[in-house]
Design a protein around this ligand. Sequence first.
Ligand code: SF4
Length: 481
Amino acid sequence: MHASSASLRCGRLSPGASFLVRGFRDRRRAPCHVASARLASQADVSSDEAARRGERVADANLTPGARGFADDGDVPRSVADDGKVALKAMRFEEVEAYLESIGERPGRASQLFGHMYRRGKFTERVRDMADVSAAFRDKLARRATFDGDLELESVKLATDGTRKILYRLKNGGGVVESVLIPSETDGTGRTTVCVSSQLGCAMNCQFCYTAKMGLRRNLTTSQIVEQVVRAKRMAESEDPRAAPVVTNVVFMGMGEPLHNIDAVLAAVDILTDPRGLALSHNKVTVSTSGLVPEMERYLRESRGSLAVSLSATTDEIRSWIMPINRKYNLERLIGALAEHFPRKGAGRHQRQVFFEYIMLAGVNDSSEDADRLLDIARRVPCKFNLIYFNTHEGSEFRCSDAATIEAFRERLTAGGAACTIRRSRGDEEMAACGQLGSPDAPEDWKPAPPRMRKPRRLREAEEGAAEGAGGSETVAASARG
Ligand code: SF4
């Protein structure tokens, strides 16, 4: 059982893998933050009402059964394949310990990881392993499965080569989406898979299409890992000689990854295990809207990279467009990052945080915003990624124009900050950032979460502008003037 004790020592157990640890009853579960997220997202309603609604959501979405695991919370089980043990939900050491627990050599874990994750294999069923003994294959097939509990629904190809891949969850409740973004034409050879961690999302960011779904359910570890396996299989079947085919994984699809932190921590460990998918920790990035306690746990327990969706530089604006800011405000968020970065013992890439900043015209694109970002950069080693806002039906936001975004970037770089601009990929197929989800799907429809009220200052400025007084000056206008 040395593998189990190794897991214990590093404090990282896959959800459900504690069944392997005899007598270990202090399961380190993250606190349930659905209620708090809903409280944050509905801060315009009374606290009693918000608490009532939050509890209801928590009951509906975060019970162990909703996560796809057995009700006893112990064994990670497939939700589809007769409730067999879900091998794709387990870290390597956990597979070793599981094999030991059924009387098999732990060394066979290498074979299983090879079949599940290595190039040219991606074996779909335990019974398809041709290079193991029939006795072992039969024994394992009766108990365990390679099934990732996703069923391919469709693939939509955009003209820039971006693919939106839709999967139906085998435990019901709807369709999740991943995006396969091919290497840029500049020859970097980088192909990225953007994975979902939840069906819908509770965070209610006002610019986000997924937010309109609310939270429907958390994905299991195996459902997250399976998205990468399927994307790799798809890409490699088209170009078997290209290497490596998928180089980067970003947790920027549907959902707030750290709201499903147990499953995500395990998935990052599995994706970066050199005996399997072998992605570099540099190339696996988890993005958060600012769940501070979970973010700190991620930084303690994972070696993966971190991105923070910032998108505003004042509490006034951020609490409007990202309601999580009402619970963890900018000072709390930036203060926590300043404590943790640069990360000790981390690779070059992970020593800095990646700030995602969606450019919204007249909302967060002023020269003062750029200057406040520079203040943040003086406190936290970071890189800014300015993102073109992809509008969608019913959105009240517009993207800043190209000149404003360029001037914003120049102001940041002139101030000494590292900054790139991310152009929109795949937006005609609704595969771009903030465009995933199907809030109106009839099979899992529920009312959209409430819209947040625009800050009074902006409302008054708009009224003033309507009377000819003019609004706030963008950084481009400031540069011109
Ligand atoms: S931007 Fe991300 S965290 Fe915010 S609502 Fe959308 S999916 Fe959730």
